[in-house]
Design a protein around this ligand. Structure first.
Ligand SMILES: [Zn+2]
Ligand SMILES: [Zn+2]
Length: 244
């Protein structure tokens, strides 16, 4: 009996390990990859170690209690931003392949890393756990063109790992706009006015999820819309933050 159990557990362990190590490292093709990255490439990812405590803008100083100039002059409506990596090589390429070519394996190590980061965060500060995860919405025209909304994809995976419900139907993008990355800062803010619609009520504490936080303008507008609909606290989660 014991022998049988031991045999069974070995089989389960083998299966788990082979699932974990399935595929090579997406960055260097090494065969010893966990969640799509080898140890060396994972160590080389640009960690967003020092950043603005509100919008996670990478800072050159050794501090996470500082607020960047932008958040000081115009405080954002969201409480804080979690973005473990800087949007630099190779993270930019990994997210690009995921988003524009639909190759999910490139995002796997980053989504798993964000989930681990958040799990640790909630172990030490369980009061920060949100009631609902809301992905940044994509207009249906763009969604049709791309085939999927990466923010929904990330939100769904985080929801499973963190055991927090998610909903893609609470907030809708009602206006199709020029992609934000093609615009300057003023034009970006103008581009966003009146483009979101909230359906029904929202709970008090929300985590807004996107793949990358660029200027924070979209997060500001989405947070304002969620707060208008009754949210009290909105935090922002992303895989990466642009360096400015
Ligand atoms: Zn590698
Ligand atoms: Zn900031």
């Amino acid at each position: 009996m014991i022998k049988g159990l031991r045999f069974l557990s070995t089989l389960i362990e083998l299966k788990v390990n082979s699932e974990k190590t399935a595929g090579s490292c997406v960055a260097c093709l090494d065969h010893k990859a966990i969640n799509g990255l080898c140890d060396g490439c994972r160590d080389d990812l640009p960690v967003n170690r020092w950043h603005c405590r509100c919008c996670a803008l990478p800072l050159a100083f050794h501090s996470n209690t500082l607020t960047c100039g932008e958040c000081l002059s115009t405080p954002p409506p969201f409480s804080h931003t979690v973005a473990p990596w800087r949007y630099q090589y190779p993270v930019d390429g990994m997210i690009g392949r995921y988003k524009y070519n639909g190759q999910r394996k490139y995002a796997r190590p980053l989504v798993a890393g964000l989930a681990e980061h958040l799990s640790r965060h909630f172990q030490s500060s369980p009061e920060l756990k949100p009631d609902l995860i809301v992905p940044a919405p994509m207009h249906r025209k763009r969604r049709r063109k791309r085939g999927f909304n990466q923010a929904e994809d990330i939100a769904e995976q985080l929801s499973l790992t963190l055991n927090v419900p998610w909903s893609a139907t609470r907030i809708r993008r009602i206006r199709h706009t020029t992609p934000q990355r093609e615009l300057g800062r003023e034009a970006r803010l103008h581009n966003l006015r009146g483009m979101f619609q909230i359906n029904g009520t929202v709970p008090a504490r929300i985590a807004l999820v996107d793949d990358v936080v660029t200027t924070g303008a979209t997060a500001r507008m989405l947070t304002a819309a969620l707060k208008d609909a009754g949210a009290e606290d909105v935090q922002v989660w992303a895989l990466a933050r642009t360096p400015g």
